[in-house]
Design a protein around this ligand. Structure first.
Ligand code: CAA
Ligand code: NAP
Length: 248
């Protein structure tokens, strides 16, 4: 069997980078995607930093909120690197505001980046995966998609929507060796949570039974497990990893 190709959207981000490292360590050929033109989308620097840590990776720019750009980048990956067997959707943004202050732009930006992206990427890989009778898709949602959060109507709607998508495609693809799962992290040490005002952050950590925020590597371990060839009986699940902040 040739080395499986794994594409990670948001792959150069905080959690995405750890996911890429864990998948590379598991012997996958990893392709990280990031949003072209942003200060953090420095492809060569990111690949060089991973190489210094001992991980061989690829990185490409791709606006996964746009279908045409996604289709063209995914075709390029399949033509030049190989058929995509593993897809991890980790691209995501926040635009927090209470609903009375939320603009239509804040709503649409989050729905496009967090939810449309999952359709765009999955639509590009699903036929190949089902034709080859193997695939692993993991969609990164959030505890706030499970429970809602003050100031996050847009984000929570996008993240709850992800799991409806996961369950539907899990049913469509199950007979073809393709698993589709949601991972719902709680608050993870990252710039995304540092953007929450300190007074709110202090209240949030107080609600977490383990008494701390999570680590990006804790999410990555779970993603590596779900994408293993041996994990073929887990599909349509929404796996919480939140330090006990939300149960049930
Ligand atoms: N819970 C209850 N009441 C709240 C509140 C909260 N979290 N936040 C604000 N309020 C109250 C204020 O005390 C104020 O009350 P009064 O009018 O009685 O004084 C009122 O609501 C103010 O409402 P505003 O519309 O003015 O809200 P704001 O501008 O003060 O704050 C906010 C809005 C910036 C979104 C703030 O609520 C916030 O930062 N909340 C946290 C959002 C959050 O958790 N984001 C997570 C980002 S990380 C992430 O998303 C990763 C992941 O998946 C976990
Ligand atoms: P991050 O560091 O900001 O990473 C997000 C990544 O998404 C970045 O690489 C960003 O690219 C990319 N991205 C955003 N919009 C995109 C678009 N339109 N096209 C392509 N790429 C795009 O955030 P993170 O903390 O690692 O979060 C990763 C995922 O986990 C997100 O889906 C987030 O919602 C979810 N999550 C995070 C937490 C947390 O506490 N941090 C908790 C639960 C769930 P650029 O770098 O180029 O902008």
């Amino acid at each position: 069997m040739s080395t499986r190709v794994a594409v990670v959207t948001g792959g150069t981000g905080t959690i995405g980078t750890e996911i890429c490292k864990h998948l590379a360590a598991a012997g996958r050929k990893v392709v990280a995607l990031c949003l072209p033109g942003t200060p953090d989308c420095r492809l060569d620097d990111w690949v060089a930093a991973r190489a210094n840590e001992g991980y061989a990776t690829h990185a490409l720019g791709c606006n996964v909120a746009e279908f045409d750009d996604t289709a063209s980048v995914f075709k390029k990956i399949e033509d030049t690197i190989g058929p995509i067997d593993i897809l991890v959707n980790a691209a995501g943004i926040t635009r927090d505001a209470s609903l009375r202050k939320m603009t239509p732009e804040m709503w649409h930006a989050v729905i496009h980046a967090n939810l449309d992206s999952v359709f765009n990427t999955t639509r590009c890989v699903i036929e190949g995966m089902t034709d080859r009778n193997f695939g692993r898709i993991v969609n990164i949602s959030s505890v706030n998609g499970q429970k809602g959060q003050f100031g996050q109507a847009n984000y929570a709607a996008s993240k709850a929507g992800i799991h409806g998508f996961t369950m539907s495609i899990a049913r469509e693809a199950a007979r073809k060796g393709v698993t589709v799962n949601t991972v719902s992290p709680g608050y993870i040490e990252s710039p995304m949570i540092m953007a929450v005002p300190e007074e709110h952050r202090a209240k949030i950590v107080a609600e977490i039974p383990v008494g701390r925020f999570g680590q990006p590597s804790e999410i990555a371990r779970l993603v590596a497990f779900l994408t293993a060839d041996e994990s073929g009986f887990i599909t349509g699940a929404d796996i919480s990893i939140n330090g006990g902040q939300h149960m049930g």
